[in-house]
Write a protein that binds this ligand. Structure first.
Ligand code: NCD
Length: 308
């Protein structure tokens, strides 16, 4: 397996062996991620962050990962303060950054933008979310969370919320198809998983179940993966209003759930998980957001070739 200089664009590009190696590497790096150990694995490396959309966890956990490994962060900062505001296009921005940094971490509202950037860039590109398309680094940390807190191979998972526009769940489903997962999709019909993804999963031998009843779906699963309705991606605000309150997970709803059930969420949450749930043993979304640090450490060290 060769990771050096690899672009990280879509989970479709990763085999199970590659994913397992990334998760194993993250596990070894966890004591550095939580500050117990120190490391200079990324000494002398400059990693650039280009975020054209808002972000808290993805951007900050990348920054934490880089800093804990002794690397340097080069950030575009706010788009309004860069030459983007003067009308510079993404292609030119990429060509400029490749002269400054050793890798580009890109978040952009346009689907396919990370792929396009990787095709023109001489340094590796990591997709930190391309519109409603993919979000592979989130998926690696989601898989890591399942492996660590529940189980990954053969995991039974219910995925709820905005399956239409949610890039995290698009990436997640492709990855879960490599782990014999039993997947149930729960959403109102307006927010169903795109047909093309369901078809791809079928071709990979995974038959997903679809329902609009959350009560039914949580009866028999290991993991409930909740997502936010992606307000910013709705072409029609009235359509968002119609579906925005369609689902809320409450402690009451979980009363008879499997005691081992883990609730995950890529965050930010709006109102799809009641804060009451935070105090139940099911909640694992804040630990999940921490796991973004060892995962992003693993990805950066592997593609920089400083870890094998
Ligand atoms: C997600 C995203 O940006 O797609 N957030 C994240 O990276 N943790 C989920 C979301 O915005 O709902």
């Amino acid at each position: 397996m060769r990771f050096k200089d690899l672009d990280i664009i879509s989970m479709k590009d990763f085999s199970r062996d590659m994913i397992d190696h990334i998760l194993d590497t993250a596990e070894k790096l966890e004591p550095i991620a939580n500050g117990e150990d120190k490391s200079g694995i990324l000494n002398g490396k400059i990693l650039s962050l280009l975020f054209f959309e808002p972000s808290t966890r993805t951007r900050m956990s990348f920054e934490t990962a880089i800093k804990r490994l002794g690397g340097d962060v080069l950030s575009l900062g706010a788009v309004d303060a860069s030459s983007i505001i003067k009308g510079e296009n993404l292609t030119d921005t990429i060509h400029v950054i490749e002269g400054y940094a050793d890798a580009i971490i890109l978040r952009h509202p346009k689907e396919g933008s990370a792929k396009m950037a990787s095709e023109i860039s001489s340094i590796p590109v990591i997709n930190a979310g391309d519109g409603a398309g993919h979000h592979p680094t989130q998926t690696f940390l989601d898989l890591y969370t399942m492996r660590r807190e529940s189980r990954l191979d053969g995991v039974k998972v219910a995925i709820t919320g905005d399956l239409k526009y949610g890039r995290t769940v698009h990436s997640l489903c492709y990855a879960l198809s490599l782990y014999n997962a039993d997947i149930t999709l729960v959403s109102p019909k307006e927010l169903r998983m795109p047909r093309e993804i369901i078809r791809d999963l079928k071709n990979r031998g995974i038959e997903v179940k679809q329902t609009d009843s959350i009560e039914e779906a949580i009866q028999n699963v290991d993991v409930l993966y909740v997502t936010r309705i992606q307000k910013e991606r709705f072409p029609d605000p009235a359509e968002y209003q119609r579906v925005s309150t369609s689902l809320q997970i409450t402690a009451e709803l979980l009363k008879n759930a499997n005691p081992e059930l883990k609730i995950m969420h890529p965050l930010p949450r709006v109102n799809e998980i009641d804060p009451d749930v935070d105090f139940t043993p099911h909640a694992c979304y804040f630990r999940q957001s921490f796991y973004g640090v060892p995962i992003r450490m693993a990805l950066l060290s592997l593609i920089m070739g400083t870890v094998e």
